[in-house]
Design a protein around this ligand. Structure first.
Ligand SMILES: NC(=O)c1ccc[n+]([C@@H]2O[C@H](COP(=O)([O-])OP(=O)(O)OC[C@H]3O[C@@H](n4cnc5c(N)ncnc54)[C@H](O)[C@@H]3O)[C@@H](O)[C@H]2O)c1
Ligand SMILES: [Zn+2]
Ligand SMILES: [Zn+2]
Length: 433
């Protein structure tokens, strides 16, 4: 079967049922996520040669173990990006992203003092499970980690229940947006866009999105109520993004700030230099902008990934010596110049939203797709083939062709649904039939 291993198209054997609650899924749709870029950049460590990526996918039940309940061969289903057991302390509360049983890797325990659930296609850091950017994949605890897709919802809409929709929803409701709030969102990628949409749905009076490229125009077109700030166009604005937000929000600032970017993208030379020297793993620039711009007692939620480790800078950090005896895997991450004073004195609530617990939200979000309240296709710009995925990764990374959210089809996909972009090929490789 075709798949994308380490962002290279390769052929590999079809997976088999290994455990009695496994489901083998014939993949009909997957996508590339901003989180996959952290693998491409080496920020999320422990990716090994041959690993199959992809943590958002839907498909058709092809085979299953004898103990899978509630599913039949031929069912259309979508998978959560996390693998949950359904039974442990966290799973019983539907906090599936923190399942205690499915991630056998202990690096997170050493780095973070606890670990997340196992995840599909997200390196050995999260258990080393094969992902869904492929033609088939194995879903452990299939009866827990797969949601049936009703007939009135096409794959192109259901797919994003895997991650984006649940993550953006969690970002908003976990940070808490109340009626009448002004919400600022950093990052106009798919997560930021959906968070903006969901902030309105949860009562926000105004939503302001901050980014630096064409995505701001895209967001203005699709979500006309959203206001935008291009942070590269603030020369002459005292205080930059913080100053601009104060100016736009009665001098006081927004009530809520949502981080939908990541810690690996330094903005100024100081953080770029510190990161290059291995003196810092994640920049504090966005977090500081958020803390400083919200009103006193405002809320700041962090959904963009801050991993606290950096593989690519390790040789240099070994040279500067500070962490000489610690391996990169067990060294806790750090961020410099964090504005602790503003946080404490002004009573800012800083909330790590965590890897989103998809199972807590996906039933309700599916209903909202059915009623049309949520329209996932709004963020989808391209339809591509699994055979071309290695090229797509680099297009996606560079935001070329105005690529934002893709739907990856395989030979098993149904024809594109109404409203779906037409297929774009990025290689002349023959299609698998
Ligand atoms: N917590 C979770 O469960 C979860 C799940 C999925 C994704 N994520 C994370 O959410 C983040 C966003 O995901 P995405 O798919 O939308 O990513 P993306 O890479 O498509 O979008 C990120 C956007 O941030 C913008 N950006 C870069 N620097 C910025 C800055 N200083 N200020 C404002 N904007 C800036 C980029 O131009 C880009 O448009 C990623 O870090 C991703 O890993 C978290
Ligand atoms: Zn993702
Ligand atoms: Zn569990």
């Amino acid at each position: 079967m075709w798949t994308t291993a380490n962002a290279c198209a390769v052929e590999c054997p079809k997976p088999k049922v290994l455990e009695s609650r496994d489901v083998i899924l014939k993949i009909t749709g997957s996508t590339v996520c901003g989180s996959d870029l952290h693998l491409l950049h080496g920020t999320v460590v422990e990716l090994q040669k041959g690993d199959i990526l992809g943590h958002e996918f839907c498909g058709i039940v092809d085979d299953m173990g004898k103990d899978v309940k509630g599913l039949n061969k031929g069912d259309r289903v979508v998978a959560s990006f996390q693998i949950a057991c359904g039974d442990c302390y966290f799973c019983k509360q539907k906090l599936s992203s923190q399942c205690e049983k499915t991630n056998s890797n202990t690096i997170e325990n050493a780095m973070y003092g606890g670990r997340t659930a196992g995840m599909f296609g997200y390196s050995h850091f999260t258990g080393g499970f094969a992902g869904g950017q492929a033609e088939y994949t194995r879903v452990p605890y299939g009866d827990v980690n797969l949601l049936k897709i009703p007939d009135d919802v096409p794959d192109e809409k259901a797919l994003y229940l895997s991650d984006v929709l649940a993550t953006s929803w969690n970002c908003v409701v976990d940070t808490k947006v109340y009626d009448g709030d002004i919400v600022a969102v950093w990052g106009a990628g798919p997560i930021g866009q959906m968070a903006a949409d969901f902030a309105f749905m949860n009562g926000a009076r105004r939503v302001i999105v901050i980014d630096c490229n064409w995505r701001l125009d895209y967001i203005k077109e699709k979500y006309p109520k959203v206001e935008t700030i291009d942070f590269t166009q603030l020369k002459g604005v005292k205080g930059g993004v913080v100053g601009k937000l104060k100016e736009m929000c009665d001098g006081r600032g927004p009530d809520v700030a949502l981080e939908c970017v990541a810690g690996e993208y330094p903005k100024g030379w100081l953080h770029a230099a510190e990161m290059a020297l291995g003196l810092e793993t994640d920049t504090s620039e966005i977090i500081n902008e958020m803390i400083e711009s919200v009103r006193n007692f405002g809320r700041v939620g962090v959904t963009g990934v801050y991993v606290g480790t950096s593989l690519k800078y390790t040789p240099i950090s070994l040279c500067v010596g500070a962490d000489l005896l610690l391996t990169r895997s067990t060294r806790p991450g750090y961020t410099n110049h964090f504005n602790i004073g503003s946080l404490m004195e002004r009573g800012i609530r800083l909330i790590g939203n965590g890897q989103a617990p998809v199972h807590l939200y996906w039933d309700d979000l599916l209903k909202k797709i059915q009623t049309g309240e949520i329209e996932p296709l709004k963020m989808v710009t391209h339809r591509v083939r699994v055979e071309d995925l290695d090229e797509v990764y680099y297009k996606f990374e560079k935001k070329e062709d105005h690529m934002q959210k893709v739907y990856v089809e395989t030979r098993f996909s149904a024809p594109a649904c109404a409203g779906s972009p037409a297929l774009t090929r990025y290689t002349d490789r023959p299609l698998n039939t």
